[in-house]
Design a binder for this molecule. Structure first.
Ligand code: SAM
Length: 438
C-alpha cells in the first residue's frame, strides 16, 4: 500500500513539473513514505530521516519530508527527534504534497529564514479517491500494477495501529476503479492487485449487494471481464470477508489464479478473542476446507503474530499445530510489536522478546520445509507464468509468477514481458523456482 501511495504522489509531482531521479544522492527533495505497523519500521524511517537531514548543512535548499502512517501516528512529536524536517504529511493528505512543495521551494528561493515545518494531518473527506495516478501510464508500462480501492479500517484488532493511522473505512466508487484499471490495461498492464487494509470490506457501507454478491465480488467480476487483463489479485482480505460469493469467485474467476491469503494471526481461540478477531480456529479451518473444495489446486498464505500479550506455550502450540496442519505455502510471520495507543499495549503478561524469537523461528522452520516440498513437487511440471519484470540478477533473465503466485526466474527476451508463458520448472528453492520456456 505504501508503494502505491508513493507512486500516486510521484505521479502528481511529475505532473507538476518535478522529476524523479534514479539515485537519492542527486535529489533536491526526499520524501519518506512511512509505515507504523511495527516499531522497527518507524525506527528505520527515523534513522533515515536523521541521516538525510545532515545533507542540509551542504545544501541549504535540500528538502526532507515524512509522509504517511508515521507522520499520522506521531504528528508534531516527530520534531522532538527530527527538528529540521520540512514537511510532515498524513495519510489523507498525500494529494496535497505538490502544493506544499511548491510553497516550500518558493520560500527557500527567497532570502528569509527557513520556513517552519509544514504539518498537514487532518482528515479529508474523499481522500480515498485521490490515490489514482500511475507513473507507468505516463512512461514505461508496468505489467503488474496496484490499485488502491479503499482507505482505512474498522476492524479494531487490539494489536493494530492502522485504525489510528488510516482512519475509518472509505471506499472508492466502483466505476472509478474500473476506469483506472482500463487505463492501466490500455498501457500494457496485465496483472492488477487491488489494495486495501481489508479489501473484503470494500463498499460494504456505501454500495448495495447485487444478486447476493458483495460490492467486493461485484468489483472482482467487473475487472475480471477486462479482455486484456490476465491476472487479478487482492491484498489484504480478512477471513471474515470470505463469504459464499468470494469462495465461489475462486472457483469461477480463473484470473484470480490458484492463490488466497487469509490472515490467521493465531491458532488459539483465547488469543483470537483477545486480539478481537471474530473467528475461531474451527471456523477458520472450515473456511480453508471450503476454499480447497472450491479450488482444489489453491496455494495458501497467511499472517501470524507470535508473542501477543498473554500467549502461553499452550496458545503457541495451538498456533503451531494449526499452521502445520493447514500447510501454508507462504506466510508473513511477525513478532508482536507493541504499538502505543492500541488496547494490546496495555494488556498484562507481555511476552519476553527471546520467547517470541524462539516461537518465530519454530514457525519459520515449518514454513520453509513446507514451501520447499511444495516447490519441489513442481519440478518437471509445466506452469503458466505471467512474465512480470526483468530479474534483478543476472541481467537478461525475467521474473514471473505462477498461478499460485510463486516466483519463477527464467531466460526469455524482454519483449515477452506481459505474456502468459508455459514454463517447465527445472529447479526449486524455498523462496523461488527456476524454469525454461517450453
Ligand atoms: N487484512 C489483514 C488482517 O486481516 O488482519 C490486515 C493487514 S495488516 C495491516 C498486516 C499485518 O501486520 C497483520 O495481518 C498482522 O499480522 C501484522 N501486524 C499488525 N499489527 C502488528 C503488531 N502490532 N505487531 C506485529 N504484527 C502486526
Amino acid at each position: 500500500m505504501n508503494e502505491r501511495d508513493s507512486e500516486a504522489v510521484a505521479s502528481l509531482l511529475r505532473a507538476r513539473g518535478y522529476a524523479l531521479v534514479e539515485d537519492e544522492a542527486q535529489a533536491d527533495i526526499v520524501l519518506l513514505n512511512t509505515c507504523s505497523v511495527r516499531d522497527l519500521a518507524e525506527q528505520k524511517a527515523m534513522g533515515k530521516a536523521a541521516h538525510l537531514n545532515k545533507r542540509k548543512r551542504r545544501n541549504p535548499r535540500f528538502i526532507v519530508g515524512i509522509l504517511g502512517c508515521m507522520a499520522q501516528n506521531r504528528g508534531a512529536d516527530l520534531l522532538d527527534r527530527l527538528p529540521d524536517l520540512d514537511l510532515v504529511v498524513g495519510t489523507q493528505k498525500f494529494h496535497r504534497v505538490p502544493d506544499h512543495l511548491d510553497n516550500l521551494v518558493a520560500s527557500l528561493r527567497g532570502q528569509g529564514p527557513r520556513p517552519a515545518t509544514l504539518i498537514d494531518l487532518d482528515a479529508e473527506a474523499g481522500s480515498q479517491n485521490e490515490i489514482r495516478g500511475h507513473v507507468s501510464t505516463e512512461s514505461e508500462p508496468q505489467v503488474s500494477a496496484y490499485i488502491s480501492i479503499m482507505q482505512g479500517c474498522n476492524m479494531h484488532c487490539t494489536f493494530c495501529i492502522v485504525p489510528k493511522t488510516r482512519g475509518e473505512e472509505r471506499s472508492r466508487p466502483l466505476d472509478d476503479i474500473v476506469r483506472e484499471a482500463e487505463e492501466l490495461v490500455a498501457h500494457g498492464t496485465r496483472e492488477i492487485t487491488l489494495l486495501g487494509q481489508i479489501v473484503t470490506s470494500y463498499g460494504r457501507r456505501e454500495f448495495p449487494m447485487v444478486g447476493g454478491k458483495t460490492p467486493f465480488v461485484q468489483l472482482l467480476e467487473r475487472l475480471h471481464a477486462l479482455p486484456q487483463l490476465h491476472r487479478l489479485r487482492f491484498t489484504s482480505p480478512h477471513p471474515g470477508g470470505f463469504k459464499a460469493d468470494l469462495i465461489a469467485a475462486h472457483r469461477d474467476l480463473p484470473k484470480l489464479g490458484e492463490y488466497a491469503h487469509l490472515p490467521l494471526q493465531s491458532g488459539s481461540d483465547r488469543i483470537l478473542r483477545a486480539m478481537n478477531r471474530p473467528y475461531t480456529r474451527d471456523s477458520y479451518r472450515r473456511l480453508i476446507d471450503q476454499l480447497r473444495a472450491a479450488q482444489p489446486k489453491i496455494w495458501l498464505s497467511t499472517d501470524i503474530i507470535v508473542g501477543f500479550p498473554g500467549e502461553t506455550d499452550e496458545d503457541f502450540a495451538a498456533t503451531r499445530d494449526l499452521f502445520r496442519e493447514i500447510g501454508f505455502e507462504m506466510a508473513y510471520l511477525f513478532k508482536y510489536s507493541t504499538r502505543t495507543g492500541t488496547p494490546a499495549a496495555e494488556m498484562p503478561d507481555q511476552v519476553p522478546a527471546e520467547i517470541a524469537e524462539a516461537r518465530h523461528r519454530e514457525l519459520m522452520a515449518i514454513l520453509e520445509k513446507r514451501s520447499l516440498a511444495r516447490h519441489q513437487e513442481l519440478v518437471g511440471t509445466t506452469e503458466e507464468v505471467l512474465a512480470q519484470e526483468p530479474a534483478r540478477r543476472p541481467a537478461g533473465r525475467l521474473m514471473g509468477r505462477t498461478r499460485g503466485y510463486r516466483k519463477v526466474f527464467f531466460d526469455a527476451p524482454a519483449h515477452r514481458l506481459g505474456e502468459l508463458l508455459p514454463l517447465r520448472i527445472t529447479r526449486a528453492t524455498v523462496a523461488a523456482l527456476e524454469g525454461e520456456l517450453v
